[in-house]
Write a protein that binds this ligand. Structure first.
Ligand SMILES: N[C@@H](CCC(=O)N[C@@H](CS)C(=O)NCC(=O)O)C(=O)O
Length: 214
C-alpha cells in the first residue's frame, strides 16, 4: 500500500460518480472533490476536455496519473491504497477472475444495458429521444438479471468472498439506482443493500456525492 499524494475526483450526483468516492472513503484516503455535474456544461470546457476527452464523469487524477471510468478508478484505488483490513484484494488468478465475472456482469447487464438505457430514454429523452419499447424491454431485462443476483445473494453479505470488494461497490450502487427507478427488490437484495448502506463510509460518500444536488 502506498501513501496517497493528492487524489482529485471530478464528478458528483450520479451512481457512477458515487463509486470511487465510496471506495476512497472505505480506504480512508484523502482527496479533493470537484463536484461538477454531467450536462451542466462543466464537462465540456476546454480545460476539462484536455484532461478527459470523453467529457464524462467520474474522472480522477492521482499525482499526474489520470483515469476515467468508474470501475477502473475504483479498481485502481483498491489496488494502490487498499490493504487486507480495508477492502477485498483478490490475488489468485481464480479469485481475480471471480471478481471480474461479477463486476462485468453487474456493470454490463444492470448498469449499461438496463439502467442507463432507461436513463437515456427516460430523464434524458430530450437528448436521446423517447423510446417506450426500449424502456419496457430494459425494465424486463433488469428484472431478469436482478433475479439472478437475488438468488446469488441469498444468505450472503458480500458478492464474492467474505469482505467488501469491488463487486459490492458495483452491486449496491446499481441497487440504489434500481430503487430510484421503482424496481421492487427481492428480500435477499433488500437485506444486503440495507447492510451496506449503513456503513459509515457509504454515508460519507453519499453526502459528498449528493451534497451539491440537495
Ligand atoms: N462508463 C462510464 C460512464 C460515465 C458516464 O456516462 N457518465 C455520465 C454521468 S453518469 C456522464 O458523464 N454523462 C455526460 C455526458 O454523457 O455528456 C463510467 O462508468 O464511468
Amino acid at each position: 500500500m502506498q501513501e496517497p499524494t493528492n487524489i482529485q475526483f471530478w464528478g458528483a450526483s450520479t451512481m457512477r460518480t458515487f463509486r470511487p468516492l465510496w471506495v476512497a472513503e472505505e480506504l480512508a484516503v484523502a482527496y479533493t472533490h470537484h463536484p461538477i455535474g454531467p450536462r451542466t456544461g462543466e464537462t465540456q470546457t476546454s480545460a476539462y476536455t484536455e484532461m478527459n476527452p470523453k467529457q464524462k464523469v467520474p474522472y480522477m487524477q492521482d499525482a499526474g496519473f489520470g483515469l476515467s471510468e468508474s470501475v477502473a478508478i475504483s479498481r485502481y484505488l483498491i489496488a494502490r491504497y487498499g490493504s487486507e483490513s480495508t477492502m477485498a484484494m483478490p490475488t489468485s488468478v481464480e479469485a481475480l477472475a471471480r471478481e471480474d465475472e461479477w463486476v462485468s456482469y453487474i456493470y454490463g447487464e444492470l448498469d449499461e444495458t438496463s439502467l442507463y438505457v432507461m436513463r437515456r430514454h427516460g430523464d434524458l429523452a430530450p437528448i436521446y429521444g423517447e423510446a417506450p419499447a426500449a424502456m419496457t424491454a430494459s425494465r424486463a431485462y433488469a428484472e431478469k438479471h436482478l433475479a439472478v443476483v437475488a438468488e446469488h445473494m441469498t444468505g450472503k453479505d458480500f458478492v464474492v468472498g467474505d469482505q467488501l470488494g469491488l463487486a459490492d461497490i458495483m452491486l449496491v450502487s446499481c441497487l440504489d439506482w434500481a430503487v430510484h427507478y421503482d424496481f421492487e427488490l427481492q428480500a435477499s437484495l433488500l437485506r444486503y443493500r440495507d447492510l451496506h448502506r449503513s456503513r459509515q463510509a457509504y454515508r460519507r460518500a453519499f453526502d459528498v456525492n449528493y451534497r451539491a444536488s440537495s
